[in-house]
Design a protein around this ligand. Structure first.
Ligand code: UD1
Ligand code: UDP
Length: 361
């Protein structure tokens, strides 16, 4: 069996890393990198740090409007699939790269395996919600992280036999990388930070950062948080947000210390030792549940409701006072939850299922 993997952004590289490690020297596979993310600290650093093989193809699509970006990916990926003739294509998550990879495959009648299937925020304004819903519609293998996502898929009419609950490979990635991080990096020392004496922030969702007033409101809420606790907020700033802050000519409050996007080892260490994490990221809501660090999500909806149920995460919305209240509440909670995303063997399970389903020893 020949497997094609399509990836393109930071979270896809990180979350696919445990799977790529297992596939390497084990099954016949190739990687297509769409080039949706391309700068050193959004892309290449993850291949280097996580010691991943270089993609066989890099399409170098780069940043574009959604239609143009997805369309160019689709065209180039299709050409490669026609030449390579994979039996199965693996995609992970909900980015434009995922949509293009899955669509190119299914139109050529190549089987599609969607990892992280069945996530729904029910917010149709999110580009990610459109991508993941469409990809789930035609995928042949739906690898759902939790029973909750399985039920979502069943309620949408997906076939029972195409759904497999395997956990999320983010647990595998965190487990594999934390040990290395503790040996190789010391970001706290580098930034002169003490454990539990700073907050970590990430903010990059289009609905939060692409509108001036919304972004200003959120920065004000974050300033309130930093002032109340009198500790800094460390913010590895996503290039989308950096661009918007410059374009809108907004001043970032001095309590928020912006740094470049970090490599995975440094960022894990930053998260693990933080007093609390503030974010609008999908993956970071999951990681905080694994690292047992409380999380406040600066959004009005989440496709990770499991983290709310176990109490590792809370949805703060976008009102500044509400954000501060949520931080206070979360800091009063015990960190005694168990991550809902599995035991760190999701990648292994996915490969075994694919082998079984395709009669490979
Ligand atoms: C994309 C995904 C989002 C995911 C995020 C992970 C879609 C629709 N969005 O959003 O789901 O959460 O990746 O981080 O697929 N830029 C750079 N260097 C890079 C990449 C981007 O400077 O390597 C800048 C460009 O100015 C670009 C902007 O960031 O216009 C946004 O990049 P893009 O890939 O379009 O969307 P993300 O916000 O990164
Ligand atoms: N991450 C990282 N360095 C950073 C910020 C995030 O390595 O400076 C990692 C983070 O640990 C998580 C992933 O990037 O594994 C999340 O990516 P992002 O928030 O960009 O995307 P999302 O998960 O929202 O799609």
């Amino acid at each position: 069996m020949k497997i094609g993997i399509v990836l393109g952004t930071r979270p896809e590289i990180i979350k696919l890393s445990p799977l790529i490690r297992l596939l390497h020297n084990n099954l016949n596979y190739f990687i297509i990198h769409t080039g949706q993310h391309y700068t050193q600290n959004m892309d290449k650093i993850f291949f280097e740090e996580l010691e991943l093989p270089q993609p066989k193809y890099n399409l170098e699509i780069g940043s574009k409007n959604h239609g143009e970006q997805t369309g160019q990916m689709l065209e180039k990926i299709e050409r490669i699939f026609i030449d390579e003739k994979p039996d199965l294509v693996l995609v992970y998550g909900d980015t434009n790269s995922v949509l293009a990879g899955a669509l190119a495959a299914t139109k050529l009648r190549i089987k599609v395996a969607h990892i992280e299937a069945g996530l729904r925020s029910y917010d149709k304004d999110m580009p990610e919600e459109k991508n993941r819903t469409i990809v789930d519609t035609f995928s042949d293998y739906l690898f759902a992280p939790t029973e909750n996502s399985r039920n979502i898929l069943l309620n949408e009419g997906k076939k029972q036999e195409s759904i497999f609950v395997v956990g999320n490979t983010i647990v595998d990635a965190v487990q594999q990388s934390l040990e290395i991080a503790d040996k190789k990096v010391n970001i706290l020392q580098k930034l002169n930070l003490q454990k539990d004496n700073y907050f970590v922030l990430t903010l990059h969702r289009s609905e939060n950062v692409d509108f001036k007033t919304r972004l200003q409101t959120l920065l004000f809420g974050l300033k309130l948080v930093a002032e109340e606790f009198n500790i800094p907020i460390i913010y590895p700033i996503h290039p989308r947000t950096k661009k918007r802050i410059e374009e809108f000519n907004i001043e970032v409050p001095k309590e928020i210390i912006t740094i470049e996007p970090q490599g995975y080892l440094d960022f894990l260490q930053l998260q693990k030792n933080a007093k609390l994490i503030l974010t609008d990221s999908g993956g970071i809501q999951e990681e905080s549940s694994i690292l047992k660090v409380p999380c406040v999500t600066i959004r009005t909806s989440t496709e990770r409701p499991e983290t709310l149920e176990i109490g590792s995460n809370v949805l703060a919305g976008t009102n500044p006072e509400k954000i501060l209240d949520c931080v206070k509440n979360m800091l009063n909670k015990e960190r005694n939850w168990q991550t809902p995303y599995g035991d760190g063997k999701a990648a292994q399970k996915i490969i075994e299922i694919l082998k079984n389903e395709n009669n490979i020893n």
